[in-house]
Design a protein around this ligand. Structure first.
Ligand code: NCD
Length: 362
């Protein structure tokens, strides 16, 4: 049985297969309309969402399945102090598959080792957001026919933007992708992603604060919102919130076949005069998200039938390492006292198994 925590849980061949299924769903909608009949998706959303939750729900309904869940933590037992592990154990009595969004990094992983049904990470803190990446990949694929050799610019909040982290991981699977990382100095991509993904895969990259300088060289521009809710220092957010604004005038600098993506919601970073430009594909991207979530639900439910044994168990997410501890205040381990700290070592660096941040020696 498979779950989806991180986009790298799928091989490039599996991502291709998901994109092929999504394209087939687009072409042959009726054939899929009863494929999840009798199955229930639980959407456990502990932080706000419009697109992700509704597109999961629409995806399941369009497959003929049913949906249960909650859209804010205050209405759920977590407000009485229930742990993520217990919530997962309960919800899997009522559902066949779970999609979870949580402000704490690693929370969906905790759910996946405690549930007996597949769990999908629908966004955990600033860590990852693999199903947004599925939407992004299908959008790029449908517009550009593939990924190899593309120059992809990421602009905005590269520090806290989990969609950026997951899409960079996915792109590292394809040959010759070049990255242009455009952000204010304070919101640069976290070092662990630069080291463990970009440098490990020898991806050529440039870091800059100027959108205008690099716009003419891009094949894809991935705009992002400055993630207000993740800032500990509100004054810093106020200083940085208007860092970038893409306008129709700036779009004249870009190539005729350069596409603009945005995971949405947008705040200030794309002016509405860009919306009519055929290169602005962020609304199509949201629709593609629904088709990819349909393909994903089908794949994970099929894997649960073929192999009902849990793929992720406590022993293989990490091992206890006395003397090490996670110092990330946004990691699930620092909030839930009953959880056992687990670690994994990659490339000589010891990381927390839940949030993947470097662990410290006590
Ligand atoms: C993104 C998210 O939640 O990380 N939104 C989404 O899922 N479509 C991006 C964001 O909130 O800025």
């Amino acid at each position: 049985m498979r779950s989806l925590m991180d986009i790298t849980d799928f091989t490039a061949a599996e991502l291709d297969e998901l994109m092929r299924t999504a394209c087939d769903i687009i072409e042959n909608r009726d054939e899929y309309s009863q494929q999840c009949r009798g199955k229930t998706l639980a959407t456990l959303f502990y932080e706000p969402s419009t697109r992700t939750r509704l597109s999961f729900e629409a995806a399941m309904l369009e497959l003929g399945g049913a949906v249960i869940g909650f859209s804010e933590a205050s209405g759920a037992s977590v407000s009485k102090g229930e742990s993520v592990a217990d919530t997962a154990r309960i919800v899997d009595c009522y559902s066949d598959i779970i999609a979870m969004r949580h402000p704490l990094e690693g929370a969906p992983l905790v759910a996946s080792v405690n549930a007996t049904v597949p769990v999908i990470n629908a966004g955990d803190g600033s860590h990852c957001h693999p199903t947004q990446t599925l939407a992004d990949l299908l959008t790029i694929y449908r517009k550009r026919g593939g990924f190899c050799g593309l120059t992809v610019g990421f602009c905005g909040d590269l520090k806290y933007g989990r969609t950026v982290h997951s899409l960079i991981s996915a792109l590292s699977r394809y040959d010759g992708v070049k990255l242009v990382l455009i952000s204010p100095d304070e919101l640069r991509l976290p070092g662990y992603i630069r080291k463990d993904i970009i440098e490990k895969h020898n991806m050529p990259y440039t870091e800059t604060s100027s959108l205008e300088d690099y716009l003419p060289s891009l094949d894809i521009l991935y705009m992002t919102r400055i993630q207000q809710e993740r800032f500990d220092d509100k004054a810093q957010y106020e200083r940085l919130k208007y860092s970038y604004r893409l306008t129709a005038a700036k779009m004249t600098l870009a190539r005729a076949n350069m596409y603009v993506l945005h995971p949405l919601p947008r705040v200030n970073e794309i002016s509405i005069d860009v919306d009519d430009d055929p290169r602005a594909v962020y609304f199509e991207q949201a629709l593609n998200g629904k088709y990819m979530r349909m393909a994903l639900i089908l794949k994970l439910l099929a894997s649960a039938v073929e192999d009902p044994v849990r793929e992720v168990n406590k022993a293989d997410i990490g091992v206890p390492m006395p003397g090490r501890h996670c110092i990330n205040p946004k990691c699930i381990i620092t909030r839930e006292q009953e959880l056992k700290p687990l670690f994994k070592t990659e490339g000589g660096v010891c990381r927390c198994a839940y949030c993947e941040q470097e662990a410290k020696q006590k």
